[in-house]
Ligand binder design. Structure first.
Ligand SMILES: *[C@@H]1O[C@H](CO)[C@@H](O)[C@H](O)[C@H]1NC(C)=O
Ligand SMILES: *[C@@H]1O[C@H](CO)[C@@H](O)[C@H](O)[C@H]1NC(C)=O
Ligand SMILES: *[C@@H]1O[C@H](CO)[C@@H](O)[C@H](O)[C@H]1NC(C)=O
Ligand SMILES: *[C@@H]1O[C@H](CO)[C@@H](O)[C@H](O)[C@H]1NC(C)=O
Ligand SMILES: *[C@@H]1O[C@H](CO)[C@@H](O)[C@H](O)[C@H]1NC(C)=O
Ligand SMILES: *[C@@H]1O[C@H](CO)[C@@H](O)[C@H](O)[C@H]1NC(C)=O
Ligand SMILES: *[C@@H]1O[C@H](CO)[C@@H](O)[C@H](O)[C@H]1NC(C)=O
Length: 769
C-alpha cells in the first residue's frame, strides 16, 4: 500500500542490551462495592454528607465538578491518582478504582480492572479482530462493540467490571511475522480506521446521544481507547545473544509521509470520526523520541489538531521504560515525569508518576496546575461514564445480559463472516451431509479451546471447537496428529493417517497459536511449525475422500505447497475465531453458510500466495459500474495556491499539480454505484472493495488504496446496487513528500474489486486556482 515495503521497518532496529522488567501490580481489583459514587446512601454509610461535595452536584457542568474534585485533593493524593491503580480517598468518599480493563474481543480479566467470579463466570468471546476484520462489515464491527459494552455495563452493575477499557488495538500491520497481528484489523490503514470508528462507536455511544454540542459532556456507555500510538509493529524479534530486538528498544525510523499516510491515519479516524475518549501511547520510539514523551505527537496532534475529548494514557510501564531502559536524554526520574506530563500524558499505567511527580512538583519542574489539568481530563471521562451519577440507560442491565443467546449467535455469525475460503478445487466444498457422513478430523488445532480465543481474552461462556462443531454434521473420528502446535515429532501422525484412510472426507485443522505468535513474541519465518507440513502431506496422501486444510493463524503462513497440491481439495483460513469458532467453521464447511470473497493478508513483498482482498465463495459475482459521474471540478479557496508534486520524466505534468485538502470544499462530492450480480447458484454475500489510484507518474504515490468497502448479500441470480458516497479530499488525496494531504489534478482511476473481475474506470479531477 505504502511506498515502503512491508519488511522495511525491520531493517532499522536499534539494538541495546537489557529488557525492562515489566511489572503489573494488581492492587485494586473488583469486586467494587459501589454502584455510583455520589449515591447519598453510600455517603451516609461512610458517615459523610454528599451535599458537602460539589463534585457530586449534578447541576454543575462536568468540568466544574472535576475541578472541584481535583481542588479538594492534596498534592500527594493527586499524584497517586495519576497512576492506573487508584486507592480510595476516604475523606472525600472517593472509591478505589483500577483504570485498566481490556475488551479486545469481549470483556477480559486482563489488566485487573475487571474480573470474573461466581456471579459472572464468563463473557462472550468474539473472534479476534483479525478474523472479524476479514468480514469487511462495518455494521458487524459496531454490533460487536455494542454487545461487548452491554456485557461490560452489566458486569459493572454487578461490581465486577470497570468502565475504562483499553481496546481496540489499531496498529497497522507492516510485517507478517509480527506477534500481535491477531489483535489488529490488519494491514490497510483505511480499513483499520473504519474498524476503529465502528468498534469505538459501538462501545461508547449511548443510543440517541451520539453527538452533543459540547462533546466533553456527551455521555459514554463505556470508554474505549485506541492504541498503541504510534508506529508500533514489533514485539520481540530474533533476540540473539546481546542483540535485543524488541518493542522497548525499537526506534521506528519513519518518514513524515509514511507517518501521516499509514501510521497516524487510523488514530486520526478513531479520534475525529469515532470520538474516542482515550488514546494510549506506545513503548517504542519514533525517530529517536519515545512516543509517550513526544509533545508534538501527544499534545500537538492528538489533543490540539484532532481535538481529543478524553485522556491520554501510557502503555503499561512505558514511562519506566523510557526512563530506565531507553534512558532517554539520561534524564533524572523527576525530569522524565515532568517532560512526559508536559507532553500531554494524563494517566500512567504503572507507578512512575506516583513515585516521582510529587518531588518533580516540589522542585518546580511541573506546576500543580499541569497535574490538575491531567486529572480533570481523566475525571471528565469518569463523569461522562456515569461513574459518579449512574447511567440510567444501562443501570438495569444484569448478569443475565451476559452470555445471552443473542450475544453468542453474534459471536458465531462474526466468525462465519470472517472465515475465508482460499482454495476450492472442483467444488470440493461444501461437504454434503449425505456423502460425507463419516469424517476424520485431525490436527493440533482441531480441539484446542485456548487457540480459539487467542489473547486479551476473558473467560468465555463456553467453547465450541472444530470437532464439536463438525459433530453436528457428521460422525467424527478425531485424531490429534501432533501433541501440540509445535509438532516436534511424528508420534501422533500415523493414527491420523489411519483415520483419514477410512473417512468419507478429512478435515485437517493446523496453523499457529499463542506459543508461536503473540505479544512479546514475533516469528522469524512463515513456515508451519515442526512436523505440521509432514502431518498434512501424509494425511492428504492417505485420504480416500476430499481433504480440507483449515489454518488458524493471524500472520501469514506459507501454504504454497498445499495450494498447488492435487491432494488438498480446499484451504480455509479461520484466523482465531472466538468461542463459537467451531460452529462457524462447520457451517462454512457444510455449506449452511456461504463464505464471502474477503480479506486475507499480505505475505512477502515479492510473491504473495493470496493477494489482499482475496477469497472464494460457493457462488460467483460480477460487477458493473452504473453511476455516471466521471469528474469533479474544484476551485481552490481564495488566496490559496496549487501544491507541487514530483513526477517521473515521462509523465504528463498538469499546470496545477494538486490542492491541499484544507484549500478545497470537500463535502461528499463523489457517488459511485456498483451493480453486484450473483452469477452462481447459491445465495451469498460479497465484500465489494473500491480502490483509487492517483494519476500516472506521481512519484511516491501508493500503487492503489482502499477507499470504500461494503458487504452485501445477494440472492442467486439476482443483483444488488451498492453506493459509495465519497469525498474527493479523502478518497482521491495522497500524502506528499512534505506530508501534506493533497488532491492531485488529472486522470485518477477507481477500481471495483481486484483480480479477474476487477472493473476500473477513469475519474478526472479539474483544479482551478
Ligand atoms: C460511621 O459511624 C458509626 C457510628 O459512629 C460507626 O459505627 C461506623 O463504623 C462509621 N462508619 C464508617 C464507615 O466510618
Ligand atoms: C532513517 O531513514 C533515513 C532514510 O529513510 C536515513 O537517511 C536515516 O539515516 C535513518 N536514521 C536512522 C537513525 O536510522
Ligand atoms: C513427542 O513429543 C511429545 C510432546 O512434545 C513428547 O511428549 C513425546 O515424548 C515425544 N515423543 C518422542 C518419541 O520423542
Ligand atoms: C514457501 O514454501 C515453498 C515450498 O513449499 C518454498 O519453495 C518457498 O520458498 C516458501 N516461500 C517462502 C516465502 O518462505
Ligand atoms: C523485498 O524485500 C527485501 C528485503 O527488504 C528486498 O531485498 C527485496 O528487494 C524486496 N523485493 C521486492 C520485489 O521489492
Ligand atoms: C512514469 O510515468 C508513466 C506514465 O506517465 C508510466 O507509464 C511509467 O511506468 C512511469 N515510470 C516509472 C519509472 O515510474
Ligand atoms: C441499479 O441501478 C441502475 C441505475 O440506476 C438501475 O438501472 C438498475 O436497475 C439498478 N439495479 C438494481 C438491482 O436495483
Amino acid at each position: 500500500m505504502a511506498p515502503c515495503s512491508p519488511l522495511s521497518i525491520l531493517l532499522f532496529l536499534s539494538v541495546a542490551a537489557t529488557i525492562a522488567a515489566v511489572s503489573y501490580a494488581d492492587d485494586f481489583p473488583p469486586p467494587y462495592d459501589f454502584k455510583h459514587v455520589c449515591d447519598p446512601n453510600r455517603y451516609k454509610k461512610l458517615n459523610l454528607s454528599v451535599a458537602k461535595f460539589a463534585f457530586c452536584d449534578k447541576s454543575l457542568p462536568y468540568r466544574a465538578r472535576a475541578k472541584n474534585l481535583v481542588d479538594s485533593l492534596t498534592l500527594q493524593e493527586k499524584v497517586t491518582l495519576l497512576g492506573n491503580q487508584n486507592a480510595d480517598v476516604q475523606r472525600l468518599g472517593l472509591p478505589r478504582y483500577n483504570w485498566w480493563s481490556e475488551a479486545l474481543h469481549g470483556v477480559s480479566n486482563f489488566g485487573g480492572g475487571s474480573r470474573f467470579g461466581k456471579n459472572v463466570p464468563g463473557a462472550t468471546s468474539f473472534p479476534l479482530p483479525i478474523t472479524s476484520a476479514a468480514a469487511f462489515n462495518e455494521q458487524l464491527w459496531k454490533a460487536i462493540g455494542q454487545t461487548i459494552s452491554t456485557e461490560a455495563r452489566a458486569m459493572h452493575n454487578a461490581g465486577m467490571a470497570g468502565l475504562t477499557f483499553w481496546s481496540p488495538n489499531i496498529n497497522v500491520v507492516r510485517d507478517p511475522r509480527w506477534g500481535r497481528i491477531l489483535e489488529t484489523p490488519g494491514e490497510d490503514p483505511f480499513i483499520v480506521g473504519r474498524y476503529a470508528v465502528n468498534f469505538v462507536r459501538g462501545m461508547q455511544d449511548v443510543v440517541g446521544q451520539e453527538t452533543a454540542e459540547d462533546p466533553n459532556t456527551r455521555p459514554l456507555k463505556v470508554s474505549a481507547c485506541c492504541k498503541h500510538y504510534a508506529a508500533y509493529d514489533l514485539d520481540n524479534w530474533a533476540t540473539t545473544g546481546s542483540a535485543v530486538v524488541d518493542r522497548v528498544h525499537f526506534n521506528a525510523n519513519v518518514t513524515e509521509q509514511d507517518m501521516v499516510e499509514t501510521f497516524l491515519r487510523p488514530f486520526e479516524m478513531c479520534v475525529k470520526e469515532g470520538d474516542v475518549s482515550s488514546v494510549m501511547c506506545s513503548y517504542n520510539q519514533v525517530n529517536a523520541i519515545p512516543t509517550c514523551v513526544d509533545a508534538r505527537l501527544l499534545r500537538g496532534t492528538i489533543r490540539n489538531d484532532w481535538e481529543l475529548h478524553g485522556y491520554i494514557v501510557s502503555d503499561c510501564d512505558s514511562i519506566d521504560v523510557l526512563l530506565n531502559t531507553q534512558k532517554f536524554l539520561d534524564d533524572t526520574p523527576e525530569d522524565a515525569v515532568a517532560q512526559v506530563l508536559r507532553a500531554g500524558l494524563d494517566l500512567d499505567c504503572g507507578d512512575t508518576y506516583t513515585k516521582y511527580l510529587e518531588s518533580a512538583t516540589v522542585r518546580g519542574l511541573v506546576k500543580q496546575s499541569e497535574l490538575d489539568q491531567a486529572l480533570i481530563n481523566n475525571y471528565v471521562v469518569l463523569l461522562r461514564l456515569g461513574f459518579f451519577d449512574g447511567q440510567p440507560a444501562y443501570d438495569k442491565l444484569t448478569v443475565s445480559d451476559v452470555c445471552s443467546k443473542q450475544h453468542l449467535d453474534l459471536a458465531t455469525d462474526a466468525a462465519r463472516q470472517g472465515i475465508v475460503l482460499l482454495k476450492n478445487s472442483n467444488g470440493a466444498l461444501p461437504l454434503s451431509t449425505k456423502r460425507h457422513k463419516n469424517i476424520a478430523v485431525v490436527g493440533p488445532n482441531s480441539a484446542d479451546n485456548s487457540v480459539q480465543i487467542g489473547n486479551y481474552a476473558g473467560v468465555p461462556c463456553k467453547y465450541v471447537t472444530a470437532v464439536d462443531g463438525l459433530r453436528r454434521y457428521a460422525s467424527v473420528d478425531h485424531k490429534i496428529g501432533c501433541a501440540d502446535v509445535r509438532c516436534q515429532n511424528e508420534t501422533f501422525i500415523f493414527p491420523a493417517v489411519r483415520s483419514a484412510r477410512n473417512a468419507d472426507a478429512t478435515v485437517i485443522v493446523a496453523g499457529l497459536n499463542l506459543d508461536i505468535e503473540r505479544e512479546d513474541h514475533d516469528r522469524t519465518d512463515l513456515e508451519l511449525p515442526g512436523y505440521q507440513n509432514q502431518l498434512i502431506r501424509q494425511v492428504a496422501d492417505a485420504s480416500k475422500g476430499p481433504v480440507v486444510l483449515v489454518i488458524f493463524s493471524a500472520g501469514g503462513v506459507n501454504v504454497t505447497e498445499f495450494d498447488v497440491s492435487d491432494k488438498i481439495s480446499a484451504i480455509v483460513w479461520a484466523g482465531y475465531p472466538g468461542e463459537k469458532g467451531g460452529d462457524a467453521l462447520a457451517d462454512v464447511l457444510y455449506g449452511s453458510y456461504n463464505p464471502g470473497r474477503i480479506q486475507t493478508y499480505k505475505f512477502y513483498n515479492g510473491t504473495t500466495i493470496y493477494p489482499f482482498g482475496y477469497g472464494l465463495s460457493y457462488t460467483t459475482f460480477s460487477y458493473s459500474v452504473v453511476s455516471t459521474q466521471r469528474y469533479v471540478d474544484k476551485k481552490l479557496a481564495p488566496n490559496s495556491h496549487c501544491t507541487l508534486l514530483r513526477y517521473n520524466q515521462s509523465a504528463y505534468v498538469p499546470p496545477c499539480h494538486a490542492a491541499r485538502v484544507e484549500d478545497l470544499d470537500c463535502a461528499d462530492d463523489i457517488s459511485v454505484t456498483v451493480e453486484v450480480k450473483n452469477t452462481g447458484n447459491l445465495d451469498g454475500s460479497d465484500a465489494v472493495i473500491l480502490y483509487s489510484q492517483a494519476p500516472d507518474g506521481i512519484l511516491g504515490a501508493p500503487i492503489k488504496q482502499v477507499v470504500g468497502f461494503q458487504r452485501v448479500l445477494v440472492e442467486a441470480g439476482k443483483s444488488s446496487n451498492v453506493t459509495f458516497s465519497l469525498s474527493s479530499c479523502k478518497s482521491l488525496s495522497i500524502v506528499t513528500d512534505s506530508a501534506y494531504v493533497a488532491v492531485p489534478s488529472g486522470r485518477h482511476t477507481f477500481i471495483v474489486g481486484s483480480g479477474d473481475n476487477a472493473v476500473p474506470f477513469a475519474f478526472q479531477v479539474y483544479l482551478r486556482d
